[in-house]
Design a binder for this molecule. Sequence first.
Ligand code: OVM
Length: 406
Amino acid sequence: MGLFQGHKDIDAPKNIITWDVDPYSEEVLLNPEKFFTNLREKGPFVFLNKYKMLACGRYKETKEVFSDHKRFVSSRGVGIQDFKLEAPWRPPSLVLEVDPPIHTKNRRILTRALAPNKIARLKDFFRASADKLINELLPIKEIDAISDLAEIYPTRVFPEAVGLKKIDKETLLGYGAMVFNALGPDNEFRKAAMAKGLSVIEKINKQCLEENIEAGGLAEEIYESTANISEEDQLAGMLVRSLLSAGIDTTVSAIGNLIWCFSKNPEQFQIIKDNKSLIGNAFEESLRLTSPVKAFCRTCAAETEVSGVIIEEGTKILCVLGSANTDPEVWDNPYNYDVTRRTIGHLALGIGVHNCVGQTLARAEVTALAGALADKVRSIKPMGSANWKPNNAMRSLESLPITLEA
Ligand code: OVM
């Protein structure tokens, strides 16, 4: 059996459209909406000639594939590489890249450490940090919403909340870039992220060790939960690594994308200023519209059929969450940002057993920051064009010049 782009070399299934588009090209990464629309119009699945894999972008099939961890597994990797056929760049994650029953047991440890009652204790700290940051930025005439705000807030509050002793912003951001770009093909974006390489990995691995975990943070609990599982002394460290992998780039992108939504839709920002109870939904709507985690793959475990398409064992399926979240079959005026929209059911945090385990923490961070903006800022004025950053799995901004008007 041949290998192609790190996975099984398969032919197009019958009855589906084959497409030459490269979803990992700079052109698509920087302007995905046209790709989303075309993807949905071509059928329930398309065959990507360049990668010999399937892609889905309609809400129905994306949800079906994501919801079924038995037919569509994560243990063979959630990028285009099949871990059964090729060795991954790092030891696989013990939550993201495993299936039940191992997944169930490991995830439970994270679920407990990140439970709503634990996060509730952090609310005042998050809000005070957000107030402080916005106060620092208000007097500055023009700021970059990414390097001055979106990258600063999570890299300040997350290490403290989790209890990470010494970890710098560059290491956290550099590692996040590797983790997410590694999900794509070995293109220029993956190569650039990997080039930063060794020093970052070493620091990350050190940070996961028990001796570098502060008392009282969320990570301490992970070590406590695994203390009497003697045969698995790597488990806690690996789960802390998952927090570092999934906790920074995601919230940096989410914050940047939320501010982008506010800056482009001043009347929507005004609505949340007038009605603060809509802040939570304003964040959900930005997740729906911009889907910071744009796409994850699954691998078909055994031949099956979805919406009339026969999918063979070993097929990689690119599940384009950003496209499902803008499917006009499900969402009215899908490309509009509307803070009063019913956002329930968006797939930006996934669905099924692998849905985002850190979502309560992410929501607490981002809504604290949005609350500070809504209270302190009269308007968020764009001061130039938004620049998107190509990344094989994330949709995030490189820069966003704005003025925060007091
Ligand atoms: C992990 C991991 C890495 C990236 C993303 C993620 C969104 C988890 O290492 O467990 O979830």
